[in-house]
Design a protein around this ligand. Structure first.
Ligand code: BEZ
Length: 281
């Protein structure tokens, strides 16, 4: 597949993607010495945040342009071009982290299987991606604006995988993961470039649309699109209607530790790994 990413533009104008997800690294809770894979690392901002914990991080991305920019941004860190569906590693990881990447991977089953294989037994997966309904206002408006010009944009607009909690949990469970947390929440996201922000978002993330809409109709297309998305415009700024799916999972079913206090098998450290979760504390 053609590398569609303009990595410099991504860093300059769309870095909000990483800035809003810094809390995701807290959920990962990386530890010094752990081997961690940052899957779909883009230009490497969160890879660096993970590395600051002392973990040994490898950032991978399917886009050579993103990896070239990540190496330039953080020359001390390790980055490789790799595809989520086909990636294979010599050594397994303690954890996989992924932000705003897995909604580009279709179908999702191969990626789930590759992630499972890349983890040690019990290894953790912490991810955030667009969830069901993500950017629905923008995408349905783009289809309608195309239709108003007599152009069918459905296939060029619907290029992502935005699953519900149930759909994605099912994909992960099928691959062997135990899902321990899943949340779907709205995150209206401020776009750069003021009044031009919505058109800039479309140019960055749906470049195929411009090829389908003849150049002399671009102005009409964007005017109509902006009219349809008015509810996303506030105080001179556009807000994309992002909806995030956050998931935590472990590679292998959760162990069933037995019943506390019932003789053999009961073990306080395994049963209550966090001191204050012990019912006797
Ligand atoms: C997202 O991060 O949700 C996203 C970004 C670009 C296009 C589609 C979705």
């Amino acid at each position: 597949m053609r590398d569609q990413w303009d990595a410099k533009l991504y860093d300059d104008r769309h870095s909000f993607v990483n800035e809003l997800s810094r809390g995701l690294v807290d959920l990962l809770a990386p530890l010094k010495g752990e081997r961690i894979l940052d899957l779909g690392c883009g230009t490497g901002a969160l890879t660096r945040q993970i590395a600051a914990s002392g973990a040994e991080v490898l950032g991978v991305d399917a886009s050579p342009a993103m990896i070239a920019q990540a190496r330039q941004n953080y020359p001390d860190l390790r980055f490789e071009v790799a595809d989520a569906q086909t990636m294979r590693f010599d050594e397994p990881f303690d954890a996989i982290f992924s932000n705003a990447a897995l909604h580009w991977v279709k179908p999702p089953e191969d990626a789930a299987a590759s992630m499972f294989k890349a983890l040690k037994p019990g290894g953790r997966l912490v991810l955030e991606m667009g969830g069901r309904g993500n950017v629905a206002t923008i995408l349905s408006a783009a289809i309608a604006s195309g239709a108003a010009l007599g152009i069918d944009l459905k296939a060029a607009v619907n290029i992502n995988y935005f699953p519900s909690i149930a759909q994605y949990a099912g994909v992960l469970e099928q691959a062997g993961f135990a899902v321990t947390l899943a949340v779907l929440f709205d995150r209206p996201t401020k776009l750069s470039d003021g009044e031009a922000g919505l058109a800039a978002w479309i140019r960055m993330f749906r470049p195929g649309l411009q090829e389908l809409v003849p150049a002399e109709k671009h102005a009409d297309f964007f005017r109509d699109l902006e009219n349809r998305c008015r509810q996303l415009f506030c105080d001179g700024t556009w807000y994309a209607d992002y909806r995030r799916l956050r998931v935590m999972a472990v590679a292998s079913p959760l162990p069933s530790p037995g019943i506390p206090g019932e003789g053999a098998g009961a073990n306080c450290e395994t049963l209550f790994p966090f001191e204050d979760s012990h019912p006797g504390k």
